[in-house]
Design a protein around this ligand. Structure first.
Ligand SMILES: [Fe+2]
Ligand SMILES: [Fe+2]
Length: 342
């Protein structure tokens, strides 16, 4: 079972203020620091946005009427990369504030009319902290649920491997190849972790394939082969049951599609096949070629590279196949380690 983040209380919030009125910001900072908060002040929106990209803040207080960039535009830019920060918009007068609709749309949680009385603002900061604590709790619950699901999926993999032990080792190697490939492709973190997860469990659907077909080392009848072809569908169904893993389902569902549309289950063509499924397909086939199976001997890495090269543009995404081949050719130590440590 994984480690769970403990739910911590926020005792002092990290607050960033953007205002072109330096005196007002100074006054605000003094008050907020008195309440134990950590305050940074910015008169320059661009510099403030850069800071928000680099460092974590709990609360953003932003003045609405500023020249040349208005507060709502700043919030719009911040919301592009940060959906969680609690935002308080302030203005000298409520007639000079953005409309309620605009505030809702930008997810601005509170509005403060500038005055020398800061008690109202302190209450807003307090609600902001409560809001962030709730958000953190929900995220921790998601994390717990996610860990339960990983555990559950591990059990399923063990069940598959009890029937067919090649699947467990194959899945682990495919996940490691995908990790190497994903890093090379500079995948965004969420895509990278989705790919990892999908790779680990891509053949989990084999749990639903009868043993007499799954373990058949001879030639399969067309009907039996059609049953084997159901494994991506079964796997995708397992993951679609959970909201957290709805992004995993399409990756496993399409891992046997081909660029020329001759794959399964849907016969999707080219870019219609999800990008991460195209990545997984290459790693999956590469491992299948170099692995020993009851019905076939293992082939060399050079042979596998040639197979991928031969089938680029028909079975595999051309561009991805080229990058993969380059990756394999330049990382032979690591590839050998992945293939032979299991
Ligand atoms: Fe598969
Ligand atoms: Fe596979």
């Amino acid at each position: 079972m994984g480690e769970y983040m403990e739910e911590e209380k926020i005792t002092s919030a990290k607050i960033l203020i953007i205002d072109d009125d330096v005196n007002m910001m100074e006054m605000l900072s003094v008050v907020l620091r008195k309440y134990g908060h950590i305050v940074s002040t910015y008169t320059e929106p661009v510099a403030a946005i850069e800071e928000l990209k680099i460092n974590h803040y709990d609360i953003l207080i932003v003045n609405y009427l500023m020249i040349p960039v208005k507060g709502d535009r700043i919030v719009e830019l911040v919301r592009e990369f940060n959906k969680e920060i609690y935002i308080i918009m302030m203005s000298v007068h409520k007639d000079l504030s953005p409309s309620i609709e605009a505030m809702q749309q930008l997810d601005i949680q509170a509005y403060f009319e500038k005055s020398n009385r800061f008690d109202q603002l302190i209450i807003m900061i307090h609600s902001g902290i409560k809001y962030l604590e709730q958000l953190r709790k929900v995220k921790n619950m998601d994390k717990k649920l996610e860990n339960y699901l990983v555990d559950f999926a591990q059990i399923l993999i063990k069940l598959v491997s009890a029937k067919d032990h090649f699947t467990e080792e194959h899945s682990r190697r495919v996940a490691m190849l995908c990790s190497l490939f994903g890093k090379r492709l500079n995948l965004p973190p969420k895509d990278f972790s989705d790919l990892q997860f999908a790779a680990t469990f891509h053949d989990i659907g084999k749990i639903g394939i009868p043993d007499r077909i799954l373990l058949n080392n001879g030639t399969l009848t067309p009907e039996e082969y059609n049953t084997i072809k159901l494994h991506p569908v079964i796997a995708a169904n397992i993951f679609s049951a959970s909201d957290i893993y709805k992004t995993i389902s399409p990756i496993v569902y399409y891992h046997h599609e081909r660029i020329d549309g001759k794959g399964y289950p849907d016969g999707l063509k080219g870019d219609k096949i999800p990008y991460l499924a195209r990545i997984l397909a290459i790693c999956d086939c590469f491992d299948a070629i170099v692995s020993k199976r009851p019905y076939k001997e293992e082939a060399s890495i050079d042979f596998a590279i040639e197979e991928i090269r031969k089938n680029r543009g028909t079975q595999f995404d051309k561009e991805l196949a080229d990058i993969f081949i380059d990756l394999i050719e330049h990382n032979s130590d690591e590839i050998n380690k992945i293939l032979h440590d299991f």
